[in-house]
Each structure stands twice: as structure tokens, then as C-alpha cells.
Design a protein around this ligand. Sequence first.
Ligand SMILES: Cc1cc2nc3c(=O)[nH]c(=O)nc-3n(C[C@H](O)[C@H](O)[C@H](O)COP(=O)(O)O)c2cc1C
Length: 183
Amino acid sequence: MAHIVIPYGTSEGQTARISEFIADVLRGHGHEVESLDLKHADHLLPGGCDAAIVGASIHMGKHEAYVRDFVRTNRDALENIPSALFSVSLSAHGDMENAEKYVSEFEDETGWHPSRVALFSGALLYTEYGFLKRMVMKKIAQDSGSLDTDTSRDYIYTEWDGVRRFAEDFAAGLGQKAVQSNL
Ligand SMILES: Cc1cc2nc3c(=O)[nH]c(=O)nc-3n(C[C@H](O)[C@H](O)[C@H](O)COP(=O)(O)O)c2cc1C
């Protein structure tokens, strides 16, 4: 059993939901999992953790600045344990090239090059946005051609099967490492 930490940044809550989903999958594999909302946590990876999955979402072309700070501060620790990054954006729903670009900018800015990276589609939560944000997001959706524009409802684009596969693969990687270190 490994102690896995999931430090994440979120603005409207979708990355938090994805973190909890990943945590549940990993717990199902017998691991002890701790989700850490970095907005409310201090900036050190908890001591004694065996693996980490960092999550962040995109707003105006950038991942949360406090997630970048967390990764910069903890880069050495992240490089010494099995670790992964998942990035949540609307670009991941139809514009993968852009979604990949956000991650490569994040890697350049933090100096961290995680061996596993996942790009997950986020959500358009029109009913939870204030008026201005709702109008801005509707315009972005219209311009994109791949997003929905009915502001009377929300749209969740996250593909939960893909999130489950990512978590299962991460757990399988931990299992292989444990086997190798016992050889
Ligand atoms: C104000 C605002 C700006 C956004 N900017 C971008 C963007 O530049 N590129 C993108 O792909 N998605 C963008 N998104 C979509 C978010 O990444 C998506 O809604 C995601 O689910 C947010 O995750 P969170 O709820 O964990 O913060 C934006 C969303 C909002 C509300």
C-alpha cells in the first residue's frame, strides 16, 4: 500500500471533482490517498508520501499560479517519487494541440517534466458563473465551434472512463515499481 498525495488547483471545482474521482479509484486499489486543495494548503509536499499526482486547471491560458509555485518548491521531491500531472481545460475537448501547449508552458515555467501527463476536458458551468463570466464563456464557446452555448444549463465534458484509466495505469505503475524493488 502506498501513501499517495493529490495536490490540486481549482477555480470552479471540476479539478477537485476529478481529484476525488482519482482518489476513489486509487483507494479501491488499497492505497492511502490524501487530496490537497493547494489554495488552502501550505506549499510543501507532505513528508512520507510515496507518490503524487498534481492537478491544475486552465484559466486565460494558464494553470493556477499557486500550483506552479507548489511544483517549483517541490520539484526535487516530485522527481524522486512516482508522479504525474493532469491538466483540466476546455481545449482538451476539441483542441488537443492547445491543451498540450498549456502543459509544455507549465513544464518550461516549473522545470518539472512529469513522466505521466493526462489532459482532461473540464466543464462549462454556465449556471454557476456570474453574468460577465457567463457571457465571456458563451462567446468562447461560440468561437470554438466544439463547445455548447445554451447558458441555461451546465456541460460536463470530462470523460470519466479516461480518468479511471489514468488512475488505474498510475496504480499499475506503482505495483511494477514495488515488484522491481523486491527483486
Ligand atoms: C474565466 C475562464 C477562463 C477560461 N480560460 C480557458 C482557457 O484559456 N483555455 C481553456 O482551454 N479553458 C479555459 N477555461 C475552461 C476551464 O479550464 C474549465 O472550465 C475547467 O473545467 C475549470 O476547472 P476548475 O473548475 O477545476 O477550475 C476557462 C474557464 C473560465 C471560467
